[in-house]
Design a protein. Structure first.
Length: 189
């Protein structure tokens, strides 16, 4: 069995400013660095065989903080990138409530498939290992929805630098996964 510790990156400058980051790089702020260091220290006794991260800077920097004392290299993957918010990217989140979604927002079924492929990647490439994976709020919700076989709305939001344990016992074949529902009314928080 592969153990996957799924972590959200630390707080960023844009998180604090309530800006929709999506797939922009993002930069940890002082609070985000503190959060990552606190999580690292709390998890000091947990052994990791590998550290995997989104290829976006805010997650990668969080992963580096977690990996450094263990002497591990951080492996990046675009599979863990945050959802592409299209024309909502860079906008003030409170201003987006109630607006129609732009057509160029990454579709939920595409996001869920990316999450499924990520779980499959971990299961196939890290058998019987313990892996820390640092991602983002929405992709992490999608990963958990695939893992638990539920809708994203049923997954509790992850706080910055929060970690959740998933135990991977199968390959996450596409035909066994729940279908995504229309998410035009998905709450942006």
């Amino acid at each position: 069995m592969t153990q996957l510790y799924l972590m959200r990156h630390g707080e960023t400058i844009d998180n604090a400013r309530q800006l929709m980051q999506g797939q922009i790089q993002g930069e940890l702020n002082a609070e985000g660095i503190r959060q990552a260091e606190e999580t690292r220290d709390k998890m000091a006794s947990v052994h990791f065989d590998a550290v995997v991260s989104s290829d976006l800077k805010r997650s990668y920097d969080t992963a580096l903080i977690m990996a450094a004392p263990r002497g591990l290299t951080v492996h990046t993957t675009p599979l863990l990138r945050e959802r592409d918010w299209g024309d909502f990217t860079g906008r003030f989140i409170p201003d987006l409530k109630g607006l129609p979604w732009p057509d160029n927002v990454e579709k939920l079924d595409v996001l869920m498939e990316r999450a499924r492929v990520f779980l499959q990647h971990i299961y196939q490439n890290y058998p019987d290992q313990t892996v820390l994976a640092v991602g983002h709020g929405i992709i992490n919700k999608a990963v958990q929805a695939v893992y638990y076989g539920c809708q994203m709305k049923d997954v509790t939001r992850m706080n910055n630098a929060e970690v959740r344990l998933l135990e991977l016992e199968h390959n996450f074949d596409a035909e066994k996964q729940p279908k995504a529902t229309n998410d035009k009314n998905f709450s942006i928080t």
